[in-house]
Design a binder for this molecule. Structure first.
Ligand code: MG
Length: 295
């Protein structure tokens, strides 16, 4: 049994983890599945229906409005349906259609979801790397802030569910990254100490700093060079870089303990308290643009 307090709270330095991980956990959206492309597909469907001509402006508005509306849902000020309508209505207003009725917003959002789902694709390095790690005897898991029903569907569509020994989702775990509890839940499922686990994800705060606070080795996946030079976390540009890292123990990360301390703090507002809905998918990062895509 391992201690549940994050290292930062115990005024200790993070222990040197084993260079060979006993288990590796992965974030899902924009780590295994190209969620940014899927949300863009959904957005283009909405733009077609609304006659919206300018993707860059639409994408910027959609991301900002998603952040605002989903946080209002997290805070209990909007229902799930209301936050969806608010996002669609903002896009419609930008396209010159203010005051869209609720029913129309709901119909449009269903179209968005359908296009989003049809665009679910894994990144090309996902299947081969998962296969090699599993063949090497490394146990694998998923830790995601997404909604369980959607996330299981995504893994099934990507045909990678069989690689994972546990899939921990924020809504059913009742806690979201970067809260250490969700990482510890995943470790308990595999009966492994956090210090022998790695967590791979694309979000600096939710994934990398969350893992640090929980005592796991973080590896930041930066496919689009968003985080270059912004942190001292071990960073990779593709999952294939995990294979040599797991074999030779090089490139050990130097955790950003000051940032992790705020995550590990008991008064942190980063994750919703038990009983509240989870944070938007991977939330807003501390080191790059937001790419939340709640559903
Ligand atoms: Mg992600």
């Amino acid at each position: 049994m391992f201690a549940l307090l994050p290292y930062a709270m115990r005024n200790e330095t993070m222990p040197d983890p084993s260079p060979t991980p006993a288990a590796i956990f992965f974030d899902l959206d924009d780590t295994l599945l190209d969620d940014h492309a899927a949300s863009s597909a959904g957005l283009r469907t909405l733009m077609d229906r609304l006659g919206h001509p300018e993707f860059t402006a639409a994408r910027r508005l959609w991301d900002v409005q998603t952040d605002i509306s989903f946080n209002a849902y997290i805070d209990g000020r909007l229902t799930l349906a209301e936050q969806r309508r608010e996002r669609v209505r903002a896009l419609a207003s930008q396209a010159g259609h203010p005051d869209l009725p609720d029913e129309h917003c709901d119909e449009l959002y269903q179209l968005y979801l359908r296009s989003h789902r049809e665009a679910w694709r894994s990144f090309p390095d996902v299947a081969p790397v998962l296969g090699e790690l599993a063949a090497a005897g490394v146990r694998l898991g998923v830790i995601t802030n997404g909604i369980e029903s959607f996330q299981h569907d995504k893994l099934a569509v990507l045909d990678i569910t069989h690689h994972f020994h546990t899939i921990v989702c924020a809504d059913t775990a009742r806690v979201a990254k970067p809260d250490p509890q969700i990482f510890h839940t995943a470790c308990r499922h595999l009966d492994v100490d956090p210090g022998r686990c790695w967590h791979i994800g694309d979000q600096l705060r939710a994934d990398a700093l969350g893992a640090v606070a929980a005592g796991l080795r973080p590896v930041l996946l930066d496919r689009h060079a968003r985080h270059h030079g912004q942190n001292d976390i071990a960073t990779i540009s593709g999952l294939d870089e995990l294979l040599p890292m797991s074999g030779n123990g090089e490139d050990r990360p130097r955790p950003a303990m000051e940032q992790a301390r705020s995550i590990g703090s008991p008064d942190s507002a980063a994750a919703p308290p038990s009983g509240q809905p989870p944070a938007p998918q991977d939330g807003v990062t501390a080191g790059g643009p937001a790419d939340p895509e709640p559903q």
